[in-house]
Design a binder for this molecule. Structure first.
Ligand code: MN
Length: 201
């Protein structure tokens, strides 16, 4: 880990469906400046930044006249790519973390391996198709894009919960909290890659 340059990255991504600019600082303090045009999604990304302590600037202009799908998925791709680039060779990190996160009546478990191997296991039941105007199925789409592009194995399970806003929010907060630990420096690793293979590519 090179403290002089810092673990930061900026990703610009433009397609016919979305134009996105994302900047992350993995060693930040949870400062965020987020505008995707989708209010509920902004609220969720603010939780992700605040509780991971990853500083995050996100600007997405998406084809919201169709629906929120491309905006949410492509923002997940860009944040994932920014995290992967900022991580570099993944030296000196804790790599693993898990926790159960409570919010009122809801409990969600997240576990992460910052392995370089993308994988999502998703076991989160929503009892309604919408939270306001937001499609609940897009929560999974976001984390699929994030895991795939950050190169992380991510398991998310909601053990119980009634309110769909709480279910979604616990997913973002739980993943934030496990990323905070897994991406942080392990002082006993120094600059070693935490794998017997010697690489987390
Ligand atoms: Mn909320």
């Amino acid at each position: 880990m090179d403290a002089s340059t810092g673990r930061t990255a900026t990703i610009s991504r433009k397609t016919n469906e979305t134009a996105i600019e994302v900047t992350v600082d993995l060693d930040g303090g949870g400062k965020y400046d987020i505008a995707t045009g989708v209010g509920f999604f902004d609220h969720m990304l603010e939780q992700l930044s605040r509780h991971s302590l990853i500083d995050m600037t996100v600007r997405t202009k998406g084809d919201l006249h169709i629906d929120d799908h491309h905006t949410v998925e492509d923002t997940g791709i860009a944040i994932g790519q920014a995290i992967a680039r900022a991580l570099g060779e993944r030296r000196g990190i804790n790599r693993y973390a898990s926790l159960d996160l409570a919010m009122d009546e809801t409990l969600t478990r997240a576990a992460v391996d910052v392995s370089g191997r993308p994988f999502l296991v998703w076991n989160v039941p929503f009892s309604a198709p919408k939270i306001g105007t937001f499609d609940t199925e897009l929560v999974r789409e976001f984390f699929q894009a994030l895991a795939q592009n950050a190169g992380i194995t991510l398991h998310v399970t909601t053990l119980y919960g009634a309110n769909n806003h709480h279910v979604a929010e616990t997913c973002f907060k739980a993943v934030a909290r496990v990323l905070r630990v897994a991406l942080e420096a392990d002082p006993r690793q120094r600059d070693a890659v935490p794998s017997t293979k010697g690489t987390l590519g």
